[in-house]
Design a protein around this ligand. Structure first.
Ligand SMILES: Cc1cc2nc3c(=O)[nH]c(=O)nc-3n(C[C@H](O)[C@H](O)[C@H](O)COP(=O)(O)OP(=O)(O)OC[C@H]3O[C@@H](n4cnc5c(N)ncnc54)[C@H](O)[C@@H]3O)c2cc1C
Ligand SMILES: *[C@@H]1O[C@H](CO)[C@@H](O)[C@H](O)[C@H]1NC(C)=O
Ligand SMILES: *[C@@H]1O[C@H](CO)[C@@H](O)[C@H](O)[C@H]1NC(C)=O
Ligand SMILES: *[C@@H]1O[C@H](CO)[C@@H](O)[C@H](O)[C@H]1NC(C)=O
Ligand SMILES: *[C@@H]1O[C@H](CO)[C@@H](O)[C@H](O)[C@H]1NC(C)=O
Length: 342
């Protein structure tokens, strides 16, 4: 019996599955179907590569602000269900600077729910400090899958060439959480979907226990603490629009190291191994593709074959972790809407 099929096992598919269960759906009625599953790595699977912080760079349209807020204010439920911070979801202070002051609408929204919120004046044009959520992305995805499996959800590996293949005999509703899966999936090809390439340098830094970032018109510099990771610190980054390359480049790593250590000098000055960039222990360098979409995320319900439901939930770009629980809540609301039989 599989009334619900969730296509995609990235953070958006897992959040969506979690929301279904929170709405009282029987876990044995849910199958997650994906080409890549937690524990896998591929340039076609964005979720393990995310820095995984809650940050304030998202757009300031009302829908995105609402998804961010919903996620921020409900993540503690998920953290508790998964057994506490050791699941790979913990909290650290974060400081963010902007070269130009964000809109009043955005700042008012943030101020209304961020914990320990304060405006800081020691940096560029505008800055705030608050208590963030930090994910250890690959580890968290695995723990999330184990949690859902223990509840009774089935995970199946498979690559679809057409979304129609997702409908099993008794399936009523399919969720399309395929991220960048766009180009490989027949059905309704969404040409608005495009990648935003990022590259990050992961270093070992037990001496840094908070996040710091700076957003400019054409650059993004960020420092993210990864919880329960044996002291990994993520340094980034880049926002390369429409670039499909999963390769990494040394000049970009050097640029990242220069920018992040300028923004957060203590990365070097407090490093027990020495205070130059060469003294930093680089754990790895990775590139990932954020699943972006012109016009923003797509959360929509369609009817297929008269009585079957298809709900789209993709296009989370650089904020799947921080907005995804709110997105999933909306997708599940659309799916269950007016259908008491489900
Ligand atoms: C460098 C970098 C840093 C980032 N930092 C952050 C951050 O700090 N905070 C944050 O919130 N976000 C961050 N992001 C963004 C975040 O990674 C994405 O928003 C999120 O992972 C998107 O999740 P998803 O589930 O939509 O897509 P994905 O994780 O890509 O999952 C897609 C799923 O669909 C499956 N699929 C696709 N097509 C098919 C098919 N045809 N058949 C079967 N299965 C299919 C795939 O196998 C996979 O399971 C970052 C991203 C990058 C690259
Ligand atoms: C921090 O979060 C923002 C928005 O969620 C994201 O774009 C950025 O890439 C993240 N930083 C890292 C290191 O992943
Ligand atoms: C599912 O989502 C992808 C984007 O990830 C999109 O390109 C595709 O058209 C969607 N499938 C259907 C059947 O709409
Ligand atoms: C849609 O995607 C399928 C599968 O990749 C492809 O064969 C087809 O040409 C695409 N259609 C359009 C209009 O791009
Ligand atoms: C993609 O980005 C890489 C790294 O910055 C660069 O070398 C390459 O030329 C880019 N490709 C395109 C098509 O822009």
């Amino acid at each position: 019996m599989t009334k619900y099929v969730v296509v995609g096992s990235g953070i958006i598919g897992l959040y969506t599955t979690f929301c279904l269960l929170q709405h009282g759906v029987d876990p044995y009625q849910v199958t997650v179907l994906a080409e890549y599953l937690p524990g896998d790595e591929s340039v076609n699977y964005a979720s393990p590569y995310a820095g995984g912080n809650f940050s304030c760079i998202t757009d300031d349209d009302p829908a995105t602000l609402a998804y961010d807020k919903h996620t921020y204010t409900h993540l503690h439920v998920l953290q508790r269900e998964l057994g506490g911070p050791a699941c790979g979801l913990d909290r650290y202070l974060s400081t963010e600077y902007w070269d130009t002051k964000p809109s009043r609408r955005k700042l008012d929204s943030l101020a209304s729910y961020l914990e320990c919120y304060e405006v800081v004046t020691d940096g560029p044009a505008y800055g705030i400090r608050f208590k963030s959520w930090n994910f250890n992305c690959p580890f968290f995805l695995l723990n999330f899958q184990i949690y859902l499996q223990d509840k009774g959800v089935r995970f199946k590996r498979g690559k679809l060439s057409h979304i129609a293949q997702a409908y099993l005999a008794d399936t009523r509703c399919v969720f399309n959480c395929t991220g960048l899966g766009a180009h490989g999936l027949g059905g309704v090809n969404d040409t608005a979907v495009y990648p935003t390439r990022g590259q990050v340098v992961v270093v070992k830094a037990p001496h840094v226990t908070e996040n710091r970032m700076r957003w400019g018109a054409d650059y993004a510099t960020y420092v993210i603490k990864r919880p329960y990771s044996n002291d990994q610190l993520i340094l980034g980054g880049f926002m390369h629009k429409d670039n499909w390359s999963g390769d990494t480049f040394r000049d970009q790593s050097n640029d990242i190291l220069a920018r992040t250590t300028e923004l957060f000098p203590e990365i070097l000055t407090r490093n027990p191994r020495g205070s130059s960039i060469a003294d930093l222990e680089v754990v790895r360098v990775v590139a990932g593709l954020r699943p972006s979409r012109h016009g923003g995320v797509r959360i929509e319900r369609e009817l297929v074959d008269h009585n079957k439901i298809l709900v789209h939930n993709y296009g989370a770009s650089g904020y799947g972790y921080q907005a995804g629980l709110g997105m999933a809540h909306e997708a599940v609301r659309l799916a269950l809407m007016g259908d008491s039989k489900i």
